[in-house]
Ligand binder design. Structure first.
Ligand SMILES: Nc1nc2c(ncn2[C@@H]2O[C@H](COP(=O)(O)OP(=O)(O)OP(=O)(O)O)[C@@H](O)[C@H]2O)c(=O)[nH]1
Ligand SMILES: [Mg+2]
Length: 553
């Protein structure tokens, strides 16, 4: 049984192994709540304290209601009052407020006891082929006041974070956000918001609080201290790293994710100091500090060893790529936001069997396949890892080796899910990462995918026609794929050079390669060979140089 979500906080050397369940088990201290407002799945709910105003009733299926029971309230007919606690209906016969509270408390305790057995059992879910404990998560975001740059709004960003949490195998029980001019350096959010989240933690038995932006190690530590012992605090970066960790299927991907996780972990190791300090009851001063230094040193050594290993894998990959270069078929790379449909397009065009599904980050490793066009021409198509807004820099750096595929391609095809309401923002996020990868010199073709899913496909198609670099397709239905291949061919032709060469009869294989990778205008058979006039890729033109010298123009 693997317990994936804790992996960020448990690098190899600090792995606490199977104690995860007990450390991150549902909080047994679920207490009655004070007055607060919460946003759950986009809806606003208000709660009142059990002690003062009445009975706040929280159902386990996330629906919330409120039942008022003032001190002098009459019991229901027959002297019985029905109670609903966490979706379980019970009956209380007493009409005294005190007695009712007591019974409620007992039931609540009973519920916690059950959680530790049956409910907890039911929360092991199969994710990405692994069994993951479905922790209860609460999401927190910050909207910067005056942010009008057209980027992702806070609600959209939180909704994406919810999808990420779901992909990681967490159960999102609520979310909240705050508009701030500047972030609080100590706790990222204001103290009022911190108190509100604390209430939510108690109300829902939240086990993990996830922030939508990267937190500094200090903020992380302060928030964990404030929220209390068993509640874990993490950020978007940790969540994405965890998904990558769950999804890494090859050794290279696993190594890269491990490196990114360790680099993320290194400055945050201080968290373990507080943990050790707690274990020592605060009495053995300095012990935690010493331990953290040891841990950091081990982690640094592991990072160095991992980098070496990745370098050797990278060398192999380069050798393989060089071999591919000797066959001068142009390489076209698919790039784009996660879930845009890159793998679906590769599968459709090449008959490949790359995992394509309605989940974020389905693909981590590049896959290259040969595309044979109807006119006999060929190009290599590479599927790459998808991008996301606020992509952690550690991850971009770690995947730089994989993304070398992108920087060495002849053409980039930017696949966009045009049916997505935030398509424009997703395009901007992808362009930002591409700029980081220094791909400005590589020509681009933009593909508006999922046109079948758009609310007005005809409008989208006519928009696309106005733009020379945009092709409209549906990778799912196959619509527009011929246009796509022709556009790729045209783009590739722009990058080819014009040659006229006399190919000797004993080099017949060169002639067929020209036909495969180039665009032949004319072939004439003369006494000592074939005189070819064609556009060919630059690399191939170099191979033809000796034959070009004897070319009869
Ligand atoms: N309606 C519709 N759905 C599509 C189309 N293309 C892809 N999809 C769906 O979109 C989802 C994501 O597709 P993928 O091909 O896995 O997307 P991806 O870009 O490879 O995603 P990552 O690997 O996460 O980067 C899948 O459920 C596909 O079936 C399309 O043209 N139309
Ligand atoms: Mg994919």
């Amino acid at each position: 049984m693997s317990l994936c979500f804790c992996s960020i906080l448990k690098p190899l050397i600090l792995n606490r192994g199977q104690d995860f369940v007990s450390r991150w088990a549902p909080n047994p201290n679920i207490k009655p709540v004070q007055f607060f407002n919460l946003q759950i799945h986009g809806k606003d709910f208000s709660f009142k304290s059990v002690h003062t105003d009445g009975v706040g009733v929280i159902y386990s299926d996330d629906t919330v209601s409120e039942r008022s029971s003032p001190p002098d309230a009459e019991p229901e007919a027959g002297g019985q009052a029905h109670e609903v606690v966490n979706g379980v209906t019970g009956t209380a016969t007493e009409d005294s407020r005190e007695a009712t509270s007591e019974i409620r408390l007992k039931k609540s305790q009973g519920r916690v006891g059950n959680l530790e057995e049956s409910d907890k059992e039911g929360r092991f879910k199969l994710r990405n082929g692994r069994e993951v404990f479905e922790e209860k998560a609460y999401l927190v975001g910050v909207a910067r006041k005056g942010d009008t740059d057209g980027s992702f709004g806070i609600e959209e960003s939180l909704s994406e974070l919810e999808q990420l949490a779901d992909t990681a195998g967490l159960l999102v029980v609520g979310s909240t956000y705050q508009k701030l001019a500047t972030r609080n350096p100590r706790t990222y959010i204001g103290s009022g918001k911190v108190a509100e989240i604390k209430s939510a933690i108690h109300a829902f038995g939240v086990e993990t609080v996830i922030f939508d932006d990267e937190l500094s190690p200090g903020q992380l530590r302060n928030l964990e201290k404030t929220f209390g012992g068993d509640v874990r605090v993490c950020d978007r970066t940790a969540l994405i790293l965890d998904i990558f960790n769950q999804r890494a299927a090859t050794r290279e991907a696993a190594l890269q994710v491990s490196l990114a996780q360790m680099e993320y972990q290194l400055p945050r190791l201080t968290r373990m100091w507080t943990h050790l300090e707690r274990q020592a009851g605060g009495q053995v001063k300095g012990m935690g500090e010493k331990q953290i230094e040891v841990d950091k040193r081990i982690l640094r050594d592991q990072i160095a060893a991992l980098k070496k290993e990745i370098e050797s894998v990278r060398k192999h990959r380069k050798q393989y790529r060089n071999r591919r270069v000797s066959v001068p078929v142009p390489v076209v790379s698919l790039v784009g936001y996660t879930k845009a449909g890159k793998s679906t397009l590769l599968n459709r065009l090449t008959g490949a069997d790359v995992l394509a599904e309605d989940k974020l980050f389905a693909t981590l490793d590049p896959t290259t396949r040969r595309v044979q066009m109807k006119n006999g021409k060929e190009f290599l198509l590479t599927d790459t890892v998808g991008f996301i807004q606020k992509l952690p820099t550690t991850l971009v750096a770690a995947f730089r080796a994989t993304l070398e595929e992108i920087s060495e391609s002849s053409l980039l095809v930017h696949v966009v899910d045009i049916s997505h309401p935030l398509a424009k923002q997703q395009i901007e996020a992808v362009d930002k990462v591409l700029a980081e990868l220094d791909t400005s010199s590589i020509p681009k073709l933009i593909v508006w995918n999922k046109v079948d899913n758009a609310s007005d496909p005809e409008k989208i198609k006519s928009e696309a026609k106005k733009n020379a670099d945009v092709i409209c397709i549906s990778a799912l239905t196959g619509e527009g794929l011929d246009d796509f291949c022709n556009a790729v061919q045209e783009k590739l032709k722009d990058m080819m050079v014009w040659v006229e060469a006399l190919i000797p009869f004993d080099k017949g294989e060169l002639l067929s390669t020209i036909h495969h990778v180039g665009m032949v205008e004319k072939t004439e058979y003369v006494e000592n060979g074939a005189l070819v006039r064609a556009h060919v890729p630059l690399r191939f033109a170099r191979i033809l140089t000796p034959m070009r010298q004897i070319c009869v123009s």
